[in-house]
Design a protein around this ligand. Sequence first.
Ligand SMILES: Nc1nc2c(ncn2[C@@H]2O[C@H](COP(=O)(O)OP(=O)(O)OP(=O)(O)O)[C@@H](O)[C@H]2O)c(=O)[nH]1
Ligand SMILES: [Mg+2]
Length: 304
Amino acid sequence: MSNKKAAKSAIVTIIGRPSSGKSTFLNTAAGEKVSIVSPVPQTTRNSIRGIINTSYGQLVFIDTPGYHNSEKKFNNQLKSIAEENIADSDLVLYLIDSTRIPGEEETLVVQLVRPFLDKTVIGINKIDLPESNQQKIKDFLTQVFPDFPQERIVSVSAANDTNINDLLLQLYKLAPEQPAFYPEEYYTDQEVDFRISEIIRENAMNLLHDELPHAIYVEIADMEWRNENKKLWVRAFIVVERDSQKGIVIGKSATMIKTIRIESIKQLRKIFDYKIELDLQVKVNKNWRQKDNVLAKLLQKSDN
Ligand SMILES: Nc1nc2c(ncn2[C@@H]2O[C@H](COP(=O)(O)OP(=O)(O)OP(=O)(O)O)[C@@H](O)[C@H]2O)c(=O)[nH]1
Ligand SMILES: [Mg+2]
């Protein structure tokens, strides 16, 4: 962090297929837990802003849902979040998972990014893993973007913070000279209730298996300051699609819901400097992924 006024600043949309490491990158770059992460594709469901300030200026990253084709209504709405943000941003960070073979799904992202190549930096991610094949990705990039400047392709490990500064430097090089968008002490613009709901969802996603992570959303029903504003009391619901899923989230002798609650509180303690008391319950909203009003509510956080 620097006290100097930012000389350059840019809105940078992070684009990539599901699980390429967009949210992990954002957390590492910001040095804070900004966006939730899980091994399950389609973890991110909104445009999440994470802000970094250095002596070069301010970069406002917008994390987006993994870009892929699907007939499902919810997925199509998530796809449009990436499309809308990429068009409006100053710069694009395209992250590619180097442990996967670039097939049809990667080609779809290439098509999305292509009109914005002049303002794009590419990160080849997950180079810490033994199955990473950087050369394969570089060959793919030469094929799809033959004239793309090599210095704007940076191999990184978002998880291990390898070469992240090199990548940021390339973004700063492209960033326009303009005043900062946010005060320097900000690292995200998310509201407290949204962040709490996301941390609960992250823990639920990481603890539950099969289709369940996609079948849940988290609703904050009530929040109240207690103990002379030293403690925030929160009532939240993990909402599932079917009655049969309710029991799985609660678990045998309620062990699953208890674990989700305890793990969430642990993480929330690190994020906020006040105590959080969490009353966590489960309820059913039948087939919510088909309901326009529910989807609109869940996606509204991406309007900012
Ligand atoms: N080893 C390793 N794992 C990584 C790296 N970056 C991300 N991951 C892992 O990859 C998985 C997906 O990471 P996310 O950051 O959630 O990916 P994403 O692109 O935001 O995914 P969506 O939001 O679903 O589109 C998680 O299990 C991460 O821990 C990396 O550099 N190295
Ligand atoms: Mg994500």
